[in-house]
Design a protein around this ligand. Sequence first.
Ligand code: SF4
Length: 378
Amino acid sequence: MSGYPQMIREKVSGIYIHVPFCTAKCPYCNFYSVPAEESLMDAYTRQLCRALEQAAARWPSRADSLYFGGGTPILLGARRIDKILETARRHFGLTAAEITLEANPAATLEETLRELYAAGVTRLSFGMQSADEGELRLLGRRHTAAEAALAVSHAQKAGFTNLSLDLMLGIPQQTAQSVEKSVAFCAETGVSHISAYLLKVEAGTPFDRDGVAARCLDPDGQADLYLRAVEVLARHGFLQYEISNFAKPGFHSRHNCKYWLGAAYLGLGPAAHSLMAGRRLFFPRDLGGFLAAEDPLSLLQDDGPGGGPAEFALLGLRLCQGIDRAEAASRYPDYDWDGLWQKSRPMLAAGYMRLENNRLAFTPAGFLLSNSILARIL
Ligand code: SF4
């Protein structure tokens, strides 16, 4: 299982960098992060640049997207982000690339946002979650809706036109009216992209220990909120392109689409995942180990095969455009695509899927049942 698979040779098309630092832990979150300390963030930046250099030597490529996820990447500050980007550009080109950085909204980011824009970040994704102050408190968020709007305004003044906000659906006591209000609030800020995720109570989190799942809406209630969100987002011009993602025309996330289209991507940093040459790889959730490694890439763990036909269908069907019969057959000629199309017929009749120009796709109602439908048809 462990050890770096030496035989892998593939072009990297996108780079994901996991930044494992947060100021405090949100009670619902299961992403890997540790408290942010200046010396740790300096050491992490150095080691990440080293990992980028080593990765470039093993997979010489040109990438056209880079995504700083976390954790809270903006805590690294513009100076460290600039250094990482400079190293990534030197080794992977990144010409006309989409460079995304996740941030938590705050009123104090004005100067940092200007510096990040100057460093070459092209897209920001703010974790807003809700415009309702009660919902924000329940989620343990440390910002208000007004601070989120101010952060967006500062980003726009800095020059950013590609901005995204995250919303959370299914928060205890959330109503259709509050979802509508949050969507309208986001739209009013002038952002070009919104992600809307259903709250999932992850094992081992404070929400799990406090029994928050019992206070959440039942699946029917969650489904109603989700479908209402899809409808209201469309009314504001945000068209759904993936189960949880909505964008104004031309503003879909280039990097995230690579995950759903099965493109090769390289993930660096503790807890980061990669898909390279048909294998899924990941780094352990261990910042200390990552910093101490002589050869950071030697920490990569092999998580088995990836990118096969079932995965192509599973991930491709997360996109509203679905999967194309001819493309599926040309990529995986030995797979029983006729069988899959046959098994989808009852889902088409029930309105959970649609078939247009030989593209099979879920409807919004089908997205809600996609896990069980996929288990039946794949
Ligand atoms: S939700 Fe974001 S800010 Fe909160 S703990 Fe998780 S990664 Fe950190």
